[in-house]
Design a protein around this ligand. Structure first.
Ligand code: PNS
Length: 160
């Protein structure tokens, strides 16, 4: 049976850390679904449509990467999609506590679904969507930390 993985998150915006984890997942699993949570934040910088469009564009040449949206309980969505694995990235020890809680709660909610943690390449371990937004809003450069398309879109947003 092909192994299908879900990589859930807010992706506001997609960073090179996310891209790194998705690429690793695409090598490890038959298919990885990048699943963007609807309404994670009340006022996201990028709309859901923008986040879907950007992620699809970045992975347009990788046929086993799919982009989708979800709401409600993650485990219910994973089951609906007939996936077996949830992928989460771990950057540093500081991520561990929240990720540990999330994985164990998901395991309690549905013991058939397995969470797999992956580490991004070292150069991405300090990147977060929150920091990217802060740096850009204060006029800093994020070149090399996000896909070029995201960088261009961030610049447009700051200009407005
Ligand atoms: O990118 P993020 O914000 O770290 O992603 C968090 C996410 C989307 C994985 C988490 O908030 C989530 O799974 N939300 C869906 C609702 C849910 O299932 N909550 C219970 C998880 S224990």
């Amino acid at each position: 049976m092909p192994t299908l993985a879900v990589y859930p998150g807010s992706f506001d915006p997609l960073t090179n850390g996310h891209v790194d984890i998705i690429s690793r997942g695409a090598r490890l699993f038959d298919r990885i679904i990048v699943s963007i949570l609807v309404n994670a934040e009340k006022s996201p910088l990028f709309s859901m449509d923008e986040r879907v469009e950007i992620t699809r564009e970045v992975f347009k040449d990788q046929p086993n990467v799919e982009v989708d949206t979800f709401d409600g309980l993650l485990v219910d969505y994973v089951e609906r999609r007939h996936a077996q694995v949830i992928v989460r990235g771990l950057r540093a020890v500081s991520d561990f506590e929240f990720e540990f809680q999330l994985a164990l709660m998901n395991q309690r909610l549905n013991a058939k679904i397995q969470t797999v943690f992956m580490m991004p390449a070292e150069q991405y371990t300090y990147i977060s969507s929150r920091l990217i937004k802060e740096v850009v809003s204060l006029g800093g450069r994020v070149h090399g930390l996000v896909p070029q398309l995201v960088e261009a879109r961030l610049r447009e947003k700051v200009k407005r």
